[in-house]
Design a protein around this ligand. Structure first.
Ligand code: ATP
Ligand code: ZN
Length: 715
């Protein structure tokens, strides 16, 4: 007989092979079971060895089975080894509980998987194994249960709250060894180690082992906590770094950051650019503008000198001129000459879609500048911020920005040492309030450079590259009428690139001419296959232009003739004015018309009326424009007199036909003059066309050699 007690738990040992028999056949003679004294109406189980056995001895307490009721053990084994008990055909009056440990866990905690896995993988398929094996498998239970229980309980608070309820619930049905496991994570909260050992009646001999095990478990738990803490800390750090990156990205993105920066005041970071290295020396071909700005430089250098005499200097200077003529460069040079800070802002920067951002930027800019006076504020593209205050749905807050600018300009005294330089390509678009005295009241025009200015600019940029001594900047300057400083700088740069591509050591006239044509007419089209017939027609056509230019007194000197396709043209002749032409005479205009006619006349004379081409259409456009302006604008027609006819569509039919008549006469006469010249110089015409077919491109000197009947040296 053996008894189970939850309070008194003596050391219970039993050979494994006897265990099952002991459970199911307490009266069996093969196992001597003697009952010990019972306490509290419970029975203690005392199992004694009868004979020494080689089988390993299992301690029931070690297995946590000491508190089990027999019925519960029975159920447990049944659930673990279905059919095991049946196989043994042992009926037991201990089997009274219908709630098995398995179903309890399945219902309460959803442990079905763990159990079924355990059963299927370890137990069920191997139910022929001895109980010894089964019991050794049993020792893994707590591991499964504990880890699972730990994971599924959501929070500690909930756990603590619910444990008491659950305890009450499970008190009657849970085997006590399982209770122990379920309560284990709570036990550390409510019981000290000593108390635990006392309540569990751990014998002294095992207390050390118990403590060691406890300590090991504690250390393991601590290591786990440490690991979790470390990874938590790492995650937090990563999140923090990502947050910092996000904020930085937001600040860097001009579009997204605008609102953020303004509201946070971060936008106030306006850094000045010191322009010591840029002086008037760097700005070429705009002498008048430089002279006008010289006094501003003096003022910035020594403001007191001006205010002592009571004189007032303008607060704002407006630089007006086409793009790329050096307005920004001039403003920088003013700051550089005076050695003061230079604040750059572009008008389009103030044109924001958010309300008040433009105005706040202007405030920030002026605040910084005032704190660093004397200084220069440069506002490029002033028209985009200071344009006429229109009521437009596209720019609903443009007024705010310009009003802020006006307020800031009024807000400081002329002798405070802040000079505002604005630049615009469209002065007429500026708001009138901006150009009244006291604001941008000084206007400096920065025009496109004349031939002298262009020569200076070309020399300045040529000196920055390696160029051949034969290069004559003046020739290039003459051929680049209307080029701005920026375009001339680009021309020199392109020539240097071309020389590098061609493997040359220095830039020659050839590269400079090449890049000039490229800028004027687009890139060469070397890949275009042009048949010989078309090439010949082009050669005679271009030679026709060149012959007329060469033999007409008032025509511009020839610079170059080529039959290399470029842009939309198959060839061209370029003429160079000796100087920039401020005025043109009637003879010069007629000569230009004659040169234009030369192409078609040449085609007609050489190939016959039936073989003239469409290639002369732009020549006729050009000649017609000149003739029309002579008649309607310049008063150069005897018949129509010294009168301008602007809107020819509104004129009387008679006047219109009279104008047409006069234009036609001018063009016809021009055509006849060209025909005469080409007939007279048919031999030169033929020589030049053949030279072009051979060499493709001829410069002024080579054309002269050919026309003088000399032989060209082979290139
Ligand atoms: N007169 C000049 N002398 C020397 N370099 C010049 C001159 N004009 C223009 N450049 C060159 O062209 C560049 C562009 O000129 P800049 O920006 O000053 O023109 P801008 O008139 O302000 O043009 P935009 O109206 O388009 O702003 C200069 O940095 C400079 O290298
Ligand atoms: Zn032509």
């Amino acid at each position: 007989m053996f008894s189970l007690s939850s309070t008194v738990q003596p050391q219970v040992t039993v050979p494994l092979s006897h265990l099952i028999n002991a459970f199911h056949s307490p009266k069996s003679t093969s196992v001597s079971v003697s009952a010990s004294v019972s306490h509290n109406q419970h029975r203690d189980l005392v199992l004694e060895h009868e004979a020494p056995s080689n089988e390993p001895v299992l301690n029931l307490r070690d297995l946590g089975l000491s508190e089990l009721k027999i019925g519960q053990i029975d159920q447990l084994i049944d659930s673990l080894l279905p059919g095991f008990c049946k196989g043994k055909n042992i009926s037991s009056h201990w089997r009274t509980s219908h709630v098995s440990a398995q179903s309890f866990f399945e219902n309460k905690y959803g442990y079905i998987d763990v159990f079924s896995t355990l059963r299927s993988s370890c137990l069920y398929r191997q139910h022929s194994r001895t109980l010894k094996n089964i019991c050794s498998d049993l020792q893994y239970w707590p591991v499964f249960i504990q880890s699972r229980g730990f994971k599924t309980l959501k929070s500690r608070t909930r756990r603590l709250q619910s444990t008491s309820e659950r305890l009450a619930e499970t008190q009657h049905i849970t085997p006590s060894f399982m209770k122990g496991f379920l309560l284990r994570d709570r036990g550390s909260d409510v019981e000290t180690l000593d108390k635990l050992m006392k309540t569990k009646n751990i014998p002294e001999a095992h207390q050390d082992a118990f403590k060691t095990g406890f300590a090991e478990g504690f250390l393991k738990a601590q290591a786990l906590t440490q690991k979790t803490n470390d990874s938590l800390r790492r995650t937090r750090l990563i999140l923090f770094v990502l947050l910092l990156f996000g904020i930085y990205g937001l600040l860097k993105n001009p579009f997204l950051s605008v609102r953020f920066r303004t509201t946070t005041g971060l936008d106030s970071a306006v850094d000045p650019v010191q322009m010591k290295n840029v002086t008037f020396e760097h700005v070429k071909g705009v002498e008048e503008a430089k002279q006008e700005l010289q006094e501003v430089v003096e003022f910035l250098k020594n403001p007191q000198k001006f205010t002592v005499l009571g004189g007032k200097l303008p607060k704002g200077i407006l630089l007006v001129g086409p793009p790329g003529t050096g307005k920004t460069l001039l403003a920088r040079a003013v700051a550089g000459e005076a050695d003061v800070p230079f604040y750059y802002a572009s008008g389009s920067e103030f044109d924001e879609m958010f309300v008040g951002v433009g105005a706040s930027r202007i405030r920030n800019l002026f605040r910084e500048a005032k704190a660093n006076a004397p200084c220069v504020i440069f506002i490029d593209e002033l028209d985009s911020v200071g344009g006429k205050r229109i009521e437009s749905p596209m720019h609903p807050y443009s007024r705010q920005t310009i009003n802020q600018l006006l307020a800031e300009m009024d807000g400081f005294k002329p002798n405070e040492g802040v000079i505002i330089i604005g630049a615009t390509n469209f002065p007429e678009a500026l708001d009138n309030a901006l150009i009244r005295p006291g604001r941008f009241d000084m206007q400096v025009t920065v025009p496109r450079p004349d031939v002298k200015g262009r020569t200076e600019i070309l020399k300045w940029y040529l000196n920055k590259i390696k160029f051949d001594q034969s290069v004559d900047p003046e020739i290039i300057a003459r051929g680049t009428v209307g080029f701005s400083g920026a375009e001339l700088e680009n021309l020199v740069n392109q020539a240097a690139l071309k020389a590098a591509v061609d493997g040359k050591e220095m830039v020659t006239m050839k590269e400079l001419e090449f890049s000039k044509d490229k800028i004027l007419m687009g890139p060469e089209r070397r890949s275009v296959e042009i048949d010989n017939k078309n090439k010949t027609i082009t050669a005679y056509h271009e030679s026709g232009h060149a012959i007329i230019a060469y033999y007409t007194k008032d025509a511009m000197p020839i610079n170059k003739a080529t039959i290399m396709p470029r842009g939309p043209t198959l060839g061209h002749v370029s003429l160079l004015p000796e100087n920039d032409r401020w005025n043109e005479t009637r003879a010069q205009l007629l000569a230009q018309m004659d040169v234009s006619m030369g192409g078609r006349v040449a085609e007609e004379l050489i190939f016959g009326t039936d073989h003239i081409t469409t290639g002369a259409s732009s020549d006729f456009d050009n000649a017609t424009k000149i003739a029309k302006r002579m008649v309607t604008k310049f008063g150069m027609s005897e018949k129509l007199g010294v009168m301008t006819y602007n809107d020819t569509g509104k004129l009387s039919p008679e006047t219109q036909s009279a104008i047409e008549q006069e234009i036609r006469i001018l063009l016809r006469d021009s055509y006849e003059r060209a025909k005469h010249i080409l007939k007279t110089h048919a031999k030169e015409h033929k020589n030049l066309a053949e030279a072009l077919l051979t060499y493709e491109t001829l410069d002024a000197k080579e054309i002269q050699i050919v026309l003088e009947g000399k032989k060209l040296e082979l290139r």
